[in-house]
Design a binder for this molecule. Structure first.
Ligand code: PLP
Length: 636
């Protein structure tokens, strides 16, 4: 692997593309440390993540830790609201913007509390997709503070709670997702004597690109068809309730990478809006759902993990598109609602973990000597090695594979021994590394060899679970920015994939953000004996925390919220211990107390049969109890 000299944090910033994906919130310091960077009225402040890691260690909080920077939640809410305000002001829009945060995107209390508290200044509300989420929304917001938009299937209980909430002043809107919901809402509104505020979700025919495009188009599972919408309007008119129909909603899918798709959706929705007003519905709110994408790759491109627009472009395009349809029709500008989730919370959370170990695919350092009596195939393989520079890389690669296969056959048939096989594997690795060096030096890359760097990359074992902490990386190949959070004054001379500690072949990350395009390996530093090596997975605040599962019974990680102050200091403001082993066992129906009793019986029998002493029994039982209390991850 080439050792890069004269390395600087600036080069590291370019290598990991920090400034492309971080939206200005993360950077590298001259000391080679990843920092969280925030603007205060007093000036810009940068705090190294390593300072926070040190603080966590001093408080006895072990890795992995999900670190939440509360200021980043605030900053994103402010950016979103300010961007809409500026767009509306500059274009002469005569309505307001009211965001609602969809609770499903991060249901954690600490997150919702912060969004509700900071969002109050902008009237930022909450979107609830279930009864449980409605309960959260009503408890977190005060009446009049922000809208409560109720999506999802609603039964009588859901309807009753939302209607009664209106009585005490909440602006709680029921979005009708299917025709069957309307009779429930109307009958409960009659029974309770509360007039509902009704919204309607339409299925737009506009389709979007990206990973979540099933949410859009005629076959999307939620929303009313145009026919069903007409029927709903007629029913409300019959009952003299068209004044209750106040909101039009659609959601085209999350992480929409192409601004043109967003614009097309807005234009189509506005056509419905105009006709609903003309039908006599009160209207007043246009809710565009979610979809505002996060540029995980920093590519500013129309690709699934990126987006080809900025936040300001999004807000201007949306406002402009609405005005473009409503103004010629002479329709008043509605309150514009968006349900941006990902864009609000992604930046605030970083998964921090330490590397535990490394497996390298390096040939041994020993000079190679092949005895005269070794099989001729081994000699053939050795000749390939000397030929790498003179023959083409593809030819040498083919020959090396051929010889290694044949040699392994010999081993399987018992014609050569383990030591000869080991020697052959070592020569093979030397050949692969030589070929890789030639490719790095600019030899043309044959398609078959494109995966070679990955095949000889190190495996760094990280103290975390992909399934628990980064479920989208496993399930849908979501790219998250990953990088070491320190040592950036040194060149990262190794290339690695990251394996977690679940012992599952899927428990790995082997797609990373590369300088130009996604890369199969991550540049990392050599692990130093006795020194911790910390990495961060960034932009993980959306969806990851609640989708995670208990694969291998790895539980929730420790979660710590920090707040950075204008003088560059920071406070640990909230802390949640990760699951203990007893916790995760309880989730899968074990009773830790009964497990202890069963194990005590086994230990007692061992005493009776003379295998252990009573003192050893006490020691084993203490260990069992301590393990139950322990963290599910690797502890130091
Ligand atoms: N609104 C609705 C109805 C959704 O289903 C979702 C999630 O897909 C969102 C809002 C949030 O979308 P995003 O996180 O892309 O902003």
């Amino acid at each position: 692997m080439a050792v890069l000299s004269d390395w600087s944090p600036e080069q590291a910033a370019a290598l990991y593309r920090v400034r492309d994906w971080s939206a200005g919130y993360f950077d590298l310091s001259a000391e080679g440390l990843v920092t969280v960077t925030l603007d205060f009225p007093e000036g810009r402040v940068s705090v190294p993540l390593m300072d926070m890691v040190r603080g966590l260690g001093e408080r006895g909080l072990q890795m992995p830790v999900l670190l939440r920077v509360e200021n980043l939640l605030d900053a994103q809410i402010a950016r979103l609201n300010e961007s809409f305000r500026t767009a509306m002001e500059s274009l002469g829009y005569r309505g307001a913007y009211r965001g609602v945060f969809p609770i499903k995107v991060n249901q954690q209390r600490q997150v919702i509390e912060e969004i509700a508290a900071f969002g109050a200044r902008y009237g930022h509300g909450l979107e609830a997709g279930s009864k449980a989420e409605l309960i959260v929304a009503l408890a977190m917001l005060r009446p009049g503070q922000g809208m409560v938009v109720c999506n999802g299937y609603k039964d009588e209980e859901f309807a009753d709670l939302g209607l009664l909430a209106r009585k005490i002043g909440y602006n709680c809107v029921f979005v009708i997702e299917s025709p069957a919901e309307l009779p429930i809402i109307l009958s409960r509104s009659d029974a309770l004597g509360v007039r509902p505020s009704i919204g309607v979700r339409v299925k737009l025919s506009s389709r979007v690109g990206g990973l979540w495009n099933e949410t859009s188009g005629d076959r999307s599972i939620f929303g009313l068809t145009t026919n069903q919408l007409v029927e709903l309007v007629d029913k409300l008119r019959e009952r003299g309730m068209l004044d209750c129909l106040e909101l039009l909603h659609y959601h085209l899918g999350s992480q929409i990478p192409n601004i043109r798709d967003i614009r097309r959706g807005v234009l189509e929705a506005c056509r419905y809006y105009v006709d609903l007003v003309n039908e006599g519905a009160a209207m007043g709110y246009l809710d565009l759902g979610g979809g505002l994408a996060v540029d995980y790759e920093g590519a500013s491109a129309n690709t699934p993990h990126s987006r080809n627009y900025s936040l300001d472009e999004y807000t201007v395009d949306v406002v402009e598109a609405i005005m473009g349809v409503l103004d010629p029709a002479g329709i008043a500008h509605p309150v514009l609602v968006t349900e941006s989730g990902r864009a609000v919370v992604a930046y605030a959370s970083v998964l921090l973990f330490n590397a535990l170990d490394v497996t390298s695919f390096e040939p041994s350092g020993e000079p190679m000597s092949i005895g005269e009596d070794e099989h001729e195939l081994l000699h053939g393989l050795a000749e390939v090695q000397t030929a790498v520079c003179s023959r083409g890389v593809q030819e040498c690669y083919n020959d090396a594979i051929y010889y290694l296969d044949e040699i392994r056959d010999l081993f399987r048939r018992g014609q050569i021994g383990m030591r000869s096989e080991a020697l052959a594997e070592d020569i093979f690795l030397r050949i692969m590394h030589r070929i890789a060096r030639q490719l790095e030096a600019g030899a043309p890359m044959p398609p078959e060899l494109s995966q070679l760097p990955e095949k000889i990359a190190d495996i760094y074992y990280g103290n975390f679970s992909v399934f628990q902490s980064l479920p989208d990386a496993w399930a849908i190949d979501q790219l998250f920015p990953i990088m070491p959070i320190h040592r950036h004054r040194e060149a990262p001379t190794r290339r690695a994939i990251i394996a977690d500690i679940t012992c599952d072949s899927d428990g790995k990350i082997d797609r990373f953000i590369g300088p130009q395009q996604a890369s199969r390996t991550l540049p990392v530093h050599v692990l130093e004996e006795g020194e911790e090596y910390y990495l961060g997975v960034f932009l993980v605040g959306a969806y990851q925390e609640t989708l995670g599962d208990l694969h291998n019974l790895m539980g929730d990680t420790n979660v710590v919220s920090v707040r950075i102050n204008a003088d560059g200091s920071f406070d640990f403001v909230k802390e949640m211990n990760g699951d203990s082993i007893a916790d995760v066992l309880t989730y899968v129906e074990y009773d830790p107390g009964r497990l202890q009793v069963r194990f005590r019986d086994t230990a007692e029998q061992a005493v009776r049969s003379g295998r252990i002493t009573p003192a050893e029994r006490a020691q084993i039982l203490d260990q069992f109890a301590a393990s139950l209390r322990g963290y599910t991850y690797f502890e130091k």
